[in-house]
Write a protein that binds this ligand. Structure first.
Ligand code: CUA
Length: 326
């Protein structure tokens, strides 16, 4: 094999392999290059916009890189003298008009498309009051709290009935967080002193994962969220009875255990399992409502029912008696 051919092959083979590998990753949804498939109309519109822009940028990338490689190969020196100069050209009106008009056309198309899609991303579809559901989201360091129309509360797990229009209002009780379930919609910031809103209309039953998308402190990465979409009947059962039964456990796991360990053994926060404060209503209420030291005021907007649920769960499942020396 002549050396030039071998050199070319040694370059072409690895480059082709790399191109094929990245194309494979890009083609597989969720491979990191493309957004996850949408399960709500607003998320679908965000994805549509993504693919339109990705199409233009991919085409421009291929044209520019293709021209670059073609010119490098076609106009290489071929042993000509280095001091030789190519023909000097000045001005080309038609070419200059084309490279001005095409980018303007591309920008105009993207601009028009985004403004056409935007209302369907921002505004919930019209639906009669019976089909609408309003859920309040409170962001806390480091958990999400959901309050349903009947007053039921859940932590880190948002339950939604399939097909209904769900309006979400999002606020923060401490620092800036950002609510995000990528398969159902875009990010919505949770900002102290301000109420933001978004909406979903979940198209299919399933569990969709998300997490806080704004660095909000030490345990930002543990601020995970799940949207659990079920049938209407399952949702009604859950919100009517199950939520109440699970609240204490969700509060312990979502609010306390992230810092103090699942068994209260101590992690970032001190061990709790043997701390008799867990059984003292007034002391417990004061510390969770107001915080202490590095512990945030995790329960500053809790109802009495929420406090009672936590208290009952602590007594039954976490407190191991004061023998451990805590
Ligand atoms: Cu909350 Cu990051």
């Amino acid at each position: 094999m002549p050396p030039r051919v071998r050199r070319t092959l040694s370059l072409v083979v690895p480059v082709s392999c790399a191109v094929l590998a990245t194309a494979g990753i890009a083609a597989a949804a969720n491979g990191g290059f493309t957004p996850p498939s949408a399960h709500s109309p607003n998320a679908q519109r965000i994805n549509d916009t993504y693919y339109l822009i990705a199409g233009f940028t991919a085409a421009i990338f291929l044209i520019v890189e293709g021209a670059l490689v073609t010119f490098i190969v076609k106009y290489r020196s071929r042993g000509r003298d280095r001091s030789l100069e190519a023909a000097q050209v000045h001005g080309h009106t038609r070419l200059e008009l084309i490279w001005t008009a095409i980018p303007i056309a591309i920008i105009t198309i993207i601009f028009a498309f985004v403004f056409y899609k935007l209302p369907g991303i921002a505004d919930p579809p019209r639906a009669n009051a019976a089909d609408r559901l309003h859920i309040k989201i409170d962001a806390h360091q480091f958990y999400w709290q959901f309050t349903y129309p009947n007053g039921a509360v859940s932590i880190d797990e948002l339950h939604l009935p399939v097909g209904r229009v769900v309006e979400l209002t999002i606020a923060s009780e401490d620092v800036a967080h950002s609510w995000w379930i990528p398969e159902l919609g875009g990010k919505t910031d949770a900002i102290p002193g301000r109420v933001n809103s978004t909406w979903y209309q979940p198209k299919s039953i399933g569990t969709y994962e998300g997490q806080c998308a704004e660095l909000c402190g030490l345990y930002h990465e543990r601020m995970l969220a799940k949207a659990i979409v079920t049938s209407d009947a399952d949702y009604e059962t859950w919100v009517g009875t199950t939520a109440q039964r699970e609240l204490g456990k969700q509060e312990w796991q979502g609010v306390c255990a992230k810092c103090h360990g699942l068994a209260g053994q101590g992690d970032y926060g001190p061990p709790l399992a043997s701390n008799s404060l867990l059984t003292q209503r007034a002391g417990l209420e004061a510390i969770v409502r107001e915080g202490r030291g590095r512990m945030p005021a995790v329960a500053n907007n809790w109802t009495q029912a929420q406090l009672h649920a936590l208290e009952a769960y602590l007594k039954q499942h976490v407190y191991k008696g004061a023998t451990g020396g805590g």
